[in-house]
Design a protein around this ligand. Structure first.
Ligand code: HEM
Length: 128
C-alpha cells in the first residue's frame, strides 16, 4: 500500500483513538452506563489495531524500526504505557481518583507520542 495512504490511516485512527478515549473517560467520570456498551468496548480495539497495523507497515516502507531507531522505540514503549494507563482508567482502577489520574496521565503520554512523531526524536525539544 502507498505510504501516503498508510500515513492517512495512521493519523485518522490516532485521532479517533484519542477522541474515543476522552469520551469514554468522561463517561467513566460521570458513572455513565454507556461505558460498558458493546460498541464502546469493541470499536476502540478495532481502531487501535488498524493504527498499529498502519504503523508497522510504514516502518517496513521507511526501513526504520523500534529497537534500532530511538524515536520508534520511544513511540512503541509509550504506546504500551498509554494502553496500560487506559486499562487502569477505564476498567481496573480501584478508586475513581485513581482512574481519573490514569486518564489524565494517559493523555499526557498520548501528547508525548505525537511530539516524538513530529520531531522524530525520543526527547522532543530537549536533544537532537
Ligand atoms: C497512539 C499512538 C501513536 C500516535 C498518536 C502516532 C502519531 C503519529 C503522527 C502524528 C505522525 C505524523 C508525523 C509527521 O507527519 O511528521 C506519525 C507518523 C508515523 N508513525 Fe506514529 N503514532 C503512534 C504510534 C506509532 C507506533 C507504535 C509506531 C511504530 C512502532 C509508529 C510509527 C510511525 C511512522 C513510521 C510514521 C511515519 C513517519 C514518516 O512520515 O516518515 N507510530 N505518527
Amino acid at each position: 500500500m502507498d505510504f501516503t495512504v498508510l500515513k492517512m490511516i495512521h493519523l485518522t485512527t490516532a485521532a479517533v483513538s484519542y477522541t474515543l478515549f476522552v469520551v469514554r473517560g468522561i463517561w467513566m467520570i460521570n458513572g455513565s452506563p454507556r461505558l460498558s456498551e458493546r460498541w464502546a468496548r469493541i470499536v476502540p480495539h478495532v481502531n487501535d489495531t488498524l493504527l498499529l497495523a498502519a504503523a508497522i507497515w510504514m516502518t517496513m516502507l521507511i526501513h526504520q524500526y523500534p529497537g534500532t531507531h530511538a524515536w520508534l522505540t520511544a513511540k512503541l514503549a509509550a504506546l504500551l504505557v498509554y494502553i496500560g494507563l487506559g486499562m487502569v482508567a477505564l476498567r481496573h482502577g480501584k478508586t475513581r481518583r485513581t482512574r481519573i489520574a490514569a486518564w489524565v496521565a494517559a493523555q499526557a503520554v498520548f501528547l508525548y507520542i505525537i511530539a516524538v512523531a513530529l520531531a522524530r526524536n525520543p526527547l522532543p525539544g530537549l536533544a537532537s
